[in-house]
Design a protein around this ligand. Structure first.
Ligand SMILES: NC(=O)c1ccc[n+]([C@@H]2O[C@H](COP(=O)([O-])OP(=O)(O)OC[C@H]3O[C@@H](n4cnc5c(N)ncnc54)[C@H](OP(=O)(O)O)[C@@H]3O)[C@@H](O)[C@H]2O)c1
Length: 314
């Protein structure tokens, strides 16, 4: 268990997940943080990361920094996604190990699982068949990170864990027009259509794919819970275990934003995988379950979008 005054380093605390973990830790009474922005410490720089860990010597590390992007960003920059994420992870995890960090939690993503996996996807389906090509580089980097945690545990007896979240959304999301994930992209799209009085909004595919979405504050609660209650080599899935179609999601976002025009489906664009759902029974068996429903989470996200114009522009 982390003590309330344990020295905690949240890597990536300005990002959506890192900022949610920091909020949750503060809510639970933790108070001793080490925080470095990307410009203060580039985690790709091995020497800088080693020096940082040597001088700061954190007790616990949440590794939520990553080069993240949606399908377009990922497929356009495969090499950069692989290099940046691989270097960043290896530098942080290895420096944590060398300086005796008590426990580290590594954030991955459900894209580590095979393109065609039995649904819902269990932790044990990792590396059982081929990855999705569009984010293969990112997935391989994430698999390397979680495997490095496992191998350190097995070779040196460390207590490093990993968690694999489903699609996330919430405060501090990235609303970039082409480089964002589906929920923030839809929020921006419907908001701009509402402001412009556009009669219709065009969405990709036919709206039939089934997806799972988790509110980032729920994930943050689970991350802190796992840091205090879980040890093991196998990763832990983070999700709701509930799915909606992209059509249902789009309608819900339109309703949340107050867009009253038509939604048109461009079926010349790809749908992507028909169904992607995590099996969350492992987290539930440990005693944790999500509590924010999509409707409520989307309201909070849209408020955040409206109240943080700088973020909406990035
Ligand atoms: N968002 C999702 O839907 C989702 C789903 C599943 C898993 N995850 C996982 O959650 C983690 C965090 O994602 P997120 O959505 O919070 O992303 P995010 O909002 O983009 O945050 C990532 C943070 O990492 C920082 N960072 C990137 N490269 C860095 C570097 N070289 N040195 C130092 N800091 C660096 C970024 O800083 P700058 O912005 O200044 O570059 C940013 O603050 C990732 O591991 C991701 O795979 C996210």
């Amino acid at each position: 268990m982390m003590e309330k005054d344990s020295k905690i380093y949240v890597a990536g605390h300005k990002g959506m997940v890192g900022s949610a973990i920091l909020r949750e830790l503060k809510k639970q009474g933790y108070e001793n943080f080490i925080l470095m922005t990307h410009s203060e410490l580039d985690l790709i720089d091995q020497r800088a990361v080693e020096d940082f860990f040597e001088s700061e010597r954190p007790d616990y590390v949440f590794l939520a920094a990553a080069k993240v992007g949606g399908i377009i960003a990922n497929s356009e920059a495969l090499a950069d996604f692989m290099y940046d994420n691989m270097m960043l992870e290896m530098n942080v995890i290895h420096s944590a190990f060398k300086t005796g960090v008590k426990k580290l939690e590594f954030l991955g993503s459900s894209c580590i699982y095979p393109r065609i996996a039995p649904q819902p996807m269990k932790e044990s389906c990792l590396l059982t068949s081929e990855l999705e090509k569009t984010n293969e580089a990112y997935a391989l980097a994430k698999i390397s990170g979680l495997k490095y945690c496992e191998f350190l545990n097995r070779q040196y007896g460390t207590d490093y864990i990993s968690v694999m979240p489903t699609n996330l959304y919430g405060p501090n999301d990235n609303y970039h027009p082409t480089h964002s994930h589906v929920v923030p992209a839809l929020i921006r799209k419907f908001h701009e259509a509402k402001v412009a009085g556009a009669p219709e909004v065009v969405c990709w595919g036919d709206g039939s794919p089934l997806r799972e979405f988790m509110f980032v504050d729920d994930l943050a609660e689970l991350c802190v819970f796992l840091m205090n209650n879980y040890s093991g080599n196998e990763t832990v899935n983070a999700g709701t275990g509930k799915e909606v179609t992209i059509k249902e999601l789009s309608e819900l976002v339109a309703k949340t934003v107050g867009y009253e025009g038509k939604i048109v489906w461009d079926t010349t664009k790809p749908n992507g995988t028909p169904r992607k759902l995590l099996d969350v029974s492992k987290a539930e068996a440990l005693g944790w379950k999500y509590h924010t429903e999509l409707e409520e989470g989307l309201k909070i996200s849209y408020d955040d979008f409206l109240n943080n114009p700088m973020r909406a522009e990035r």
